[in-house]
Design a protein around this ligand. Structure first.
Ligand SMILES: [Cu+2]
Length: 138
């Protein structure tokens, strides 16, 4: 678990360094652009595309209390079903999405019910390092 935190810190440092890259940033939707390989800690919503009978990316990192959303880009119906039965999006049609929040740290593997060969993984990290004070809203 401490390794994960160290990775996050390293990732945050390197993000600040890369400012000016290629000049082309049009709204190009041509597949496979993985924006964050390592969770930056600033996003509270993590999404996984289901496309071509694969989860993309097939592994995501979130913190306790955060939510993962699966979006089906295929014409075929898919699910994201936790192997341990702790959660299930149910069948998602094309362009439909399903979410699951994770309240305990650990590694959660999931699969697609109609297509058991489709597998993915959610790694839930214990807490944000040096984090913000907890806010009580609600
Ligand atoms: Cu499927």
């Amino acid at each position: 678990m401490k390794i994960g935190a160290a990775l996050l810190v390293a990732g945050a440092l390197s993000i600040g360094a890369s400012a000016c890259g290629s000049g082309s940033d049009s709204s190009n939707r041509s597949s496979s652009t993985v924006k964050h390989k390592v969770a930056s800690g600033t996003t509270s919503a993590t999404s996984v595309d289901i496309r071509d009978f694969k989860y993309n990316p097939d592994e995501v990192f979130v913190h306790v209390g955060e939510t993962v959303t699966w979006i089906n880009r295929d014409t075929t119906e898919h699910t994201a079903t936790m192997d341990d039965g702790s959660g299930d999006t149910g069948l998602l049609r094309r362009s439909e999405s399903g979410s699951q929040s994770f309240t305990a740290p650990g590694v959660f593997r999931y699969h697609c019910t109609p297509h058991p060969f489709m597998k993915g993984k959610v790694t839930v990290l214990p807490d944000k390092p040096g984090g913000d004070p907890p806010e009580s809203d609600g």
